[in-house]
Design a binder for this molecule. Structure first.
Ligand code: SAH
Length: 267
């Protein structure tokens, strides 16, 4: 029988400093006092308490108060430790509604924007009404935070990142969460990822001047895409929603957003 991994997410915040969560393998090369210091830093992200779960619950309450009422998304946000995906120096800001740098000129998106995009994916379609995003293609793994959320919301997630060091970092950060349904790919996400197509859900965290044809082609009938897009050359970005019906792609334009650019090639 396959050994069972730890429950997801691993309750880093519930681990006493220096102690080990059940089923979590400590990296042997790290001195115990360093790991303990890390655990302490991560466990008190705002200095408001020792349990980051409480801080996360407050973040979710704020989103609810702002009108975000999509339960599966709120539950996922309550579970995934965002502070795990930001640099140790920024842990105190991990549950503020702000984008944070993750290196290589990229950012982890604001929780309210992540929540809004995920909620849009759940709106108005039968597969999503059953509470799952199905087979998901994510473009722009970045820190891996949104990929972790998608891992809880979809049946299978392919997350593509073009910057190798970010892809590697996300792999390391996601490894302890052991999501067998989450696969990270280092590639130019403008091409989508044809080996696992078609997808029920496509979500991009970087915006270009046009939606790549491959994303549209790799959508299953009934699929929904959410992505930032420059509405006009040189203009600001808007959030686009595209639904693929049996015979067409139906587009809706939503609010203005600000995402990093969708670049070509790998780095
Ligand atoms: N969802 C991420 C946010 C990442 S920011 C998170 O939760 O942290 C957007 C990411 O898109 C960046 O890491 C950037 O490198 C990546 N990106 C930009 N163009 C891309 C492309 N063509 N293919 C794949 N990733 C791309």
């Amino acid at each position: 029988m396959k050994p069972r991994g730890p429950r997801f997410p691993i309750g880093l915040d519930r681990v006493a400093p220096g102690a080990q969560a059940p089923g979590v393998t400590q990296r042997p090369q790290r001195p115990v006092h360093e790991a303990a210091a890390d655990a302490r830093r991560r466990s008190a992200p705002s200095g408001l308490g020792l349990d980051s779960g409480a801080v996360r619950a407050r973040m979710v309450q704020r989103l609810r108060a702002q009108g975000l009422l999509c339960e599966p998304v709120l539950q996922a946000l309550e579970q995934v430790p965002r502070h795990h995906f930001v640099d140790a120096a920024l842990v105190a800001q991990a549950y503020e509604d702000t984008a944070l740098p993750i290196g290589h000129g990229q950012t982890i998106s604001k929780p309210s924007v992540v929540a809004r995009m995920l909620a849009l994916l759940f709106e108005g379609r039968t597969a999503r009404q059953r509470g799952t995003l199905g087979r998901v293609l994510e473009i722009g793994t970045g820190s891996g935070y949104q990929a972790a959320l998608l891992g809880l919301l979809g049946s299978q997630v392919i997350s593509v990142e073009r910057v190798r060091p970010l892809h590697d970092r996300a792999r390391t950060l996601l490894q302890p969460l052991r999501r067998p349904n989450l696969r990270l790919v280092w590639a130019d996400g403008r091409l989508g990822h044809s080996p696992n197509a078609p997808y029920d859900t496509v979500i991009a965290a970087a915006g270009g001047e046009a939606l790549p044809q491959s994303w549209l082609d790799q959508m299953a009938p009934g699929a929904r895409l959410v992505a930032p897009l420059h509405a006009s050359a040189g203009g600001g970005q808007v959030l686009m929603v595209v639904d693929r019906t049996e015979s067409a792609w139906v587009r809706q334009v939503h609010e203005a957003v600000h995402f990093v650019p969708l670049k070509s090639g790998v780095a």
